[in-house]
Design a protein around this ligand. Structure first.
Ligand code: SF4
Length: 329
């Protein structure tokens, strides 16, 4: 299981395809304390996390002491990943932070400023390239070993710049992949009023399964646990931090109770995220969650919540398909 922790609650960009970008949940000045973060990572390890990802909906490099948080993850012996646009004018402790980061996911959507800005609204490619240079130099000099993966979000208007960005990435020693974007920054913007959409879906709840065939599960229930800057866990990593999707305080709830509440969240019945067959381990975990709920002892607690993520599929051009299994355009 990957524990996704958003330490802060802000992103400087306004990507129209992202709920945070359209401010479906607002930017605030919240920041998780180092003590709470440490307690969450410690509990995550006990609960079967093998990795902590300091990302979900925010820009982690807006936190000037991010290296103190990544150091804590390594102190607990867990793999640490960070995701960023690198479209931040100044990142004071970039290399100090990456020294304790196993992998950096770097997301872009264009090589020229005019194309980049269509989705990554408000970002400057000059800032992005400057930080890429700094990281490449530190890797060359052996100061960091971070595996850098540049992920190019492809839409219909930016395919012609893939090659140029691939050259920028590979010439610096970074990996490169193309992911078909979800939504569209011009024609299919993310709805800023997600609260209303969620409320309507919950009001229309039916107990008959709509998308979940017997024997299948949504992989996100097992593969990720998303925690926000308040230390609260939410239904999943694919939706924002909306009150109706709040499960409770991560530190106050057992792993079994968190799984029970997430698995049974009524919103899931209206969500068409592609399901897959449940693994034996996941069936065991659900049985443990139910046993804990009904007050029966859990004799042998399953050690891990899941194996690594479900593999993504590629199209005929070698571009990764969106994780939810649906192409929007
Ligand atoms: S079914 Fe949808 S809402 Fe539920 S966990 Fe999966 S992606 Fe999230």
């Amino acid at each position: 299981m990957l524990l996704y922790i958003d330490i802060n609650d802000a992103c400087g960009l306004k990507c129209p395809t992202c709920p945070k970008g359209v401010r479906a949940f607002p930017n605030t000045s919240k920041k998780m304390s180092l003590t709470m973060f440490s307690n969450i990572v410690q509990k995550g390890r006990y609960d079967g996390a093998y990795q902590v990802g300091l990302f979900n909906w925010v820009e982690p490099f807006l936190i000037t002491n991010l290296h103190e948080y990544t150091n804590i993850v390594k102190m607990y012996g867990l793999r640490c990943e960070v995701a960023s646009t690198l479209a931040v004018p100044k990142i004071p402790n970039l290399i100090a932070c990456l020294a304790s980061v196993d992998m950096l996911w770097h997301t872009v959507s264009g090589h020229s400023q005019s194309i980049y800005d269509v989705n990554h609204v408000g970002g400057k490619v000059s800032d992005v390239f400057r930080h890429m240079d700094t990281i490449a130099e530190a890797k060359r000099e052996g100061r960091i070993q971070t595996d850098v993966l540049v992920r190019y979000l492809k839409y219909d208007y930016n395919e012609h710049e893939i090659g140029a960005f691939k050259d920028e990435a590979t010439s610096r020693g970074f990996r490169f992949e193309v992911l078909i974007g979800t939504g569209h920054p011009v024609r299919m913007k993310c709805d800023a009023d997600q609260e209303t959409k969620i409320a309507s879906a919950l009001a229309a709840f039916t107990s008959s399964p709509i998308y979940q065939r017997p024997g299948t599960v949504c992989p996100l229930i097992f593969e990720h646990v998303a925690v926000n800057a308040d230390g609260d866990v939410y239904t999943c990593s694919a939706l924002g931090y909306h009150q109706a999707l709040r499960i409770g305080s991560y530190l106050d709830l057992t792993r079994e109770e968190i799984l029970y509440r997430r698995y049974n969240h009524p919103y899931c019945n209206s969500c068409n995220w592609t399901r897959r067959l449940a693994t034996d381990r996941e069936n065991d975990l659900l049985a443990e969650a139910m046993a804990a709920r009904t007050g029966r002892p859990v004799a042998q607690r399953t050690a891990r919540l899941s194996d690594p993520d479900t593999p993504s599929y590629k199209d005929e051009k070698g571009y990764y398909l969106p994780k939810d299994g649906h192409r929007a355009w």
